[in-house]
Design a protein around this ligand. Structure first.
Ligand code: FAD
Length: 544
């Protein structure tokens, strides 16, 4: 009998890279186990700007990375039309130094084969009236936005359809060695509170900025040279611009605005961090003020709008010894065979935009090592739900929702609207909601059938997992008026006890409101309030 704990390949790390590798390898017929210590996409992938890079940002210093971005973003627009927004971007000069950089930028774009086109500043301001009216020079580029969470979930979903096993909340703690062969891993399953083992012919370390941890038991002449660099981002409540706005200069701090759903994201900074700090990254007041000061160069009225929340991630950069801003955005694949250990590969560096290419390169190497002759298919095979772009009108009609809700839905579910529509019917029949599905999150327009669909399909394990899959609790109230409804549904759909649900709710709210924790016992009050709303409302089965 085949050992169910033995796989062709184990992948550690469930960010876009790990999920992309799981999809690529399972499409080539390999048996795969993906282990992630938290939820999928909860690492750097879920803490980035989510910009689909045209390559413009890197043309001057990093032409290879720029060309890779240009090619890969075109591929992603084709294979994931349901979670990408090709909003286009602008590089704008706001002072004389920026103006001079314009010529270098244009020449570098040509050399790296990255599209750019100079535009009259007045024409630009007509499209983006909130931007600095003193703008002196403008280039249009093909930047876009991609939902980093759903990108990861749809990769994992497809991997699962092709036989992969996904285990979240499972932290790999040790490598299992037989002599100098790496034959598996020991991991801690947080949900079951148990230590387990799994075995494989090949082990892939796709843990991004955490990558050096898995090397801890190996004696290496050339250990990984990773320089984790924190970048912080501010989420501003209104969608102030409809295009990505970059400052026309070499990459620096606070020089990008990305429109994202109902808001805009301003970033970022670049602060070197140690491995020990990676799980607790958070900007301080000084860093926030610094970002807002820089943001004012691009959108002068930025401080008039609500700062919804802020978050930080760490770039898994290849260490260069110089300034993090100078470090390359290229990626590296390390084969430990060269150090005398077989069966172990690490991939790190790169960008979200190039995750598919990274997955392809590492999967090619794995196949070569295992003697499997199967080509990569991910550049041409659409992600689940992305078979075609589904218009807003269809969501309105089939899911009985209004314009804003339909607008948000079209960037999430693609052709899955059909499955959600069936759940919608059940939802409408169970509640007195005048022929419309029950709204769970009013701020981000998330309905019960969507919550129900992700529960069945996108690997939800705990209450906090709904947020990343649907954007529930990401709007202005930050979950105050929807978490208790989620708790109610979770108690209906699972056999979790109320104590378990309250523990999960507390954990979710602590994460959601950690940026409020500077406000003394504010967070404790918020948690109490949500808990009582759930116990009074959800527990008595009353509907709100
Ligand atoms: C501030 C910022 C802004 C950025 N903006 C952009 C952008 O706009 N566009 C773009 O293309 N790129 C951007 N990037 C880069 C991009 O986010 C990353 O390159 C990409 O998300 C890395 O994905 P990954 O899967 O390799 O790593 P991660 O997403 O970090 O995944 C690694 C995973 O491994 C897990 N893990 C770690 N240790 C273990 C263990 N022992 N056991 C099990 N699991 C483990 C972690 O929990 C994590 O989920 C940005 C990065 C930052 C920091």
């Amino acid at each position: 009998m085949a050992n169910k704990n033995k796989f062709d390949c184990i992948i550690v790390g469930g960010g876009a890279t790990g999920a992309g590798i799981a999809r690529d390898l399972s499409l080539r017929g390999l048996s795969v186990l993906l282990l992630e210590k938290n939820d999928l996409s909860e690492g750097t992938t879920g803490r980035c700007h989510a910009m689909l890079h045209s390559g413009g940002r890197y043309v001057y210093k990093d032409k290879i990375a720029a060309t890779e971005c240009a090619i890969e973003s075109e591929i992603l627009l084709k294979i994931a039309p349901h979670i990408t927004e090709m909003c286009g971007g602008f590089f704008i000069a706001v002072d004389e130094e920026d103006v001079e950089y314009g010529d270098i930028f244009e020449k570098s774009c040509r050399e790296a084969e990255v599209f750019c086109e100079e535009l009259n500043p007045q024409e630009f301001l007509a499209q983006e009236p909130k931007c600095n009216s003193e703008v002196k020079r403008v280039f249009r580029v093909n930047d876009g936005y991609i939902d980093p969470f759903l990108l990861t979930y749809y990769n994992a979903y497809d991997a699962k359809l092709n036989g992969a096993k996904i285990k979240t909340y499972s932290k790999v703690e040790n490598l299992l060695l037989k002599g100098s062969d790496i034959v598996g891993v020991e991991y801690y399953d947080k949900l079951k509170n148990a230590t387990k083992e799994a075995y494989s012919d090949m082990l892939i370390n796709a843990t991004g900025p955490w990558a050096q941890y898995l090397e801890k038991d190996l004696e290496l002449e050339r250990p990984l040279q990773i320089s984790p660099t924190m970048g912080s981002l501010l989420v501003i409540q209104n969608r102030l611009v409809d295009h990505l706005i970059n400052r026309l200069r070499k990459p620096g701090d606070g020089d990008i605005f990305v429109p994202s759903h109902q808001s805009v994201i301003l970033g970022t900074t670049s602060i070197p961090k140690n491995y020990e700090e990676l799980d607790h990254l958070l900007a301080d007041r000084e860093e926030i003020e610094y970002l807002l000061d820089l943001g004012e160069y691009l959108i002068p009225s930025i401080r008039e709008y609500n700062l919804l929340r802020f978050y930080s991630g760490a770039r898994p950069l290849v260490a260069s010894g110089g300034s993090p801003r100078e470090a390359s955005r290229k990626f590296e694949v390390i084969d430990y065979e060269e150090e005398g250990y077989s069966g172990f590969i690490t991939i790190f560096g790169g960008k979200l935009t190039t995750y598919r290419l990274m997955a392809e390169k590492v999967s090619d190497l794995i196949c070569e090592k295992l003697g499997i002759v199967k080509d990569c298919t991910t550049a041409g095979k659409t992600l689940p739900g992305g078979e075609r772009k589904v218009p807003m009108k269809t969501f309105k009609e089939k899911l009985h929702v209004e314009g804003k809700t339909a607008f948000d839905m079209q960037y999430k579910w693609g052709t899955f609207y059909n499955e959600i529509s069936e759940l919608c019917q059940t939802c409408i029949e169970s509640y007195n909601t005048s022929g419309k599905p029950r709204m769970i999150c009013e701020c981000e327009h998330v309905t019960e059938p969507e919550i129900s669909w992700v529960k069945e399909n996108l690997h939800v394990k705990v209450i906090d997992d709904y947020r990343r899959r649907t954007r529930q609790a990401m709007g202005p109230c930050q979950g105050q008026f929807c978490y208790y409804k989620i708790c109610d549904l979770e108690s209906k759909w699972t056999n979790k006890t109320h104590n378990q649900i309250i523990d999960e709710l507390t954990a979710a709210l602590k994460k959601r409101w950690k940026t409020e924790s500077h406000g003394g016992d504010f967070i404790k009050k918020q948690i109490k309030l949500s808990k009582y709303l759930y116990l009074l409302g959800g527990n008595l089965n009353e509907r709100f």
